[in-house]
Design a protein around this ligand. Structure first.
Ligand SMILES: [Zn+2]
Length: 212
């Protein structure tokens, strides 16, 4: 039985090993086009990877970004440049799982931090969005410093800022503070970052090469 499940696992591994990943489109936005917050001290280059056919539109991606910019701006972080990659992947790779995620990440590498816009998730519990920092990527280094957002995510802009903050802080911690972005429930009312969170975000992200 054990041998059989291993064989099945190996077969799945082989099936996932070489997915056809094709770049459909690549677009670059200057940070200024997305509204740099006043008096910023740190700059971030962000990659957004949209999986074609996963339910995300380019417009939806940009709208989420426009909402996330002022939230991260509270910490003096501005976007320097955003690169949008549209990838065509097999339908088997449209939903997030560690196994499915590492293949497009390997097949087409993009700068980090990177946000992947996927159809759904196979994780249980099924999170609408997930962040993979350094601390939770030891066994899956290909997807370190990435965010995975499903097409059904509520309040995409806030969710994007929340997950990016996890990556930048390299922490899965949540806050119980009223109105805080890092409350475990994403909501338009929860957008604030504290001074201590900002310090941690800037220091950790800079040390990890995710901010300049
Ligand atoms: Zn969270």
């Amino acid at each position: 039985m054990r041998a059989l499940s291993l064989a099945v696992l190996l077969a799945c591994g082989a099936a996932l090993a070489q997915p056809q990943v094709t770049l459909v489109e690549r677009q670059s936005f200057d940070g200024d086009e997305l509204g740099a917050p006043e008096g910023y001290t740190h700059r971030m280059r962000l990659a957004i990877v949209l999986l074609e056919g996963g339910g995300w539109t380019r417009q939806g991606a940009v709208l989420a970004l426009l909402q996330a910019v002022p939230i991260l701006g509270q910490c003096g972080v501005a976007l320097e440049r955003v690169e949008l990659f549209v990838l065509e992947v097999p339908a088997s790779h449209l939903d997030f799982s560690t196994a499915a995620a590492r293949e497009p990440a390997r097949a087409y590498s993009v700068p980090r931090p990177a946000v992947y816009l996927v159809r759904d998730t196979r994780s249980r519990p099924a999170f609408e969005a997930e962040a993979i920092g350094r601390g939770n990527s030891a066994s899956r280094p290909e997807i370190a410093d990435t965010v995975w957002m499903t097409s059904g995510v509520r309040d995409p802009g806030v969710a994007l800022a929340h997950e990016l903050a996890h990556v930048l802080m390299d922490s899965g911690e949540h806050s119980g503070e009223e109105g805080n972005l890092m409350r475990d429930e994403t909501s338009l009312k929860n957008r604030r970052l504290s001074a201590a969170q900002c310090t941690r975000l800037r220091d950790t992200a800079k040390a990890n090469g995710l901010l300049k």
